[in-house]
Write a new protein. Structure first.
Length: 279
């Protein structure tokens, strides 16, 4: 699987792009598309409770909750919460044409479930992005149905790369593990930051200082990992002097029942829950 980031913009996008759901993730994608040159007049947003920034986009030509029928939908992006799918998807079914690409980022909703709600003939890409998409540093894993053409796959990749890196898999069942690792993963990192700050307070640091140290350490280490050609294990080893303070801490974290075992259990639990939600 090769990481890819689309180099071209979306300035020559044909037809209309219908975005169903303009919450945090849908909004992040929307910002990325516009930054890459997508003509606002090509955008149709279906959002029952649009935030003020979404409403202001109408001044640039974006169509918000249009009353007329949309007949030129090249792409339908489904970014609604999965628990609202039963209500949100049926109204989209009439918009699906022979060449329409359906891109779903609903967690836990399979390609088969989207086909059932829209059309058995629909070309569907199922994708799992994560919350760093809000700052253009997300990573998305996508899988396409057999009806997705090479052109549609590239278009989906272009749309998804507006919020970060994109990786493709051939086996849809892997999306559950993807959800557990990268989809839920930011929460694990935030929890690590919380726990590191609490540990600092327990060691005697003032709360404000402990919070600042934990936050900057985690974000700085993430940036180092992002920029360095070395893998995480090598970077960890570079910080660890034999018999030093880091080694003493890692003896606890890497010991029996430590960080490795706990995270393995956590990812397994998240993947299991993803399968349960998919039915």
């Amino acid at each position: 699987m090769k990481l890819a980031r689309a180099k071209n913009t979306l300035g020559k996008f044909r037809g209309s792009l219908v975005l169903a759901g303009a919450g945090k993730m849908g909004g992040a994608m929307l910002d990325g598309w516009l930054a890459r040159g997508l003509n606002p007049k090509k955008l149709v947003i279906v959002e029952p409770q649009p935030a003020k920034p979404i409403k202001t986009l109408t001044r640039r030509g974006v169509r918000l909750n249009p009353k007329g029928k949309i007949t030129d939908a090249s792409v339908i992006v489904i970014a609604v919460k999965p628990q609202t799918a039963a209500q949100a998807l049926p109204p989209l079914a009439p918009l699906v044409g022979k060449t329409t690409l359906v891109l779903s980022i609903m967690a836990g909703r399979t390609i088969a479930s989207v086909e059932k709600a829209l059309s058995a003939d629909a070309a569907i890409v199922r994708a799992m992005p994560n919350t760093p998409a809000a700052v253009g540093r997300g990573i998305t894993v996508a899988v396409g149905s057999v009806k997705v053409t090479a052109r549609q796959r590239k278009l989906a990749g272009d749309l998804l790369s507006a919020i970060g890196k994109v990786e493709w898999v051939a086996d849809e069942s892997l999306i559950d593990a993807v959800t557990a690792v990268s989809g839920s993963g930011p929460a694990y990192v935030f929890l690590l930051t919380e726990c590191l700050a609490k540990a600092g307070v327990a060691a005697g640091l003032p709360t404000a200082l402990a919070l600042a140290l934990a936050r900057e350490t985690v974000t700085g280490s993430g940036e180092l990992l992002h920029r360095s050609p070395l893998d995480a294990a090598a970077l960890r080893q570079n910080v660890t002097s034999p018999g030093g303070t880091t080694a003493a801490a890692l003896d606890i974290l890497m010991g029996p029942g430590g960080f490795d075992a706990l995270l393995t259990q956590a990812v397994a639990a998240a993947a299991r829950r993803s399968r349960e939600l998919a039915g």
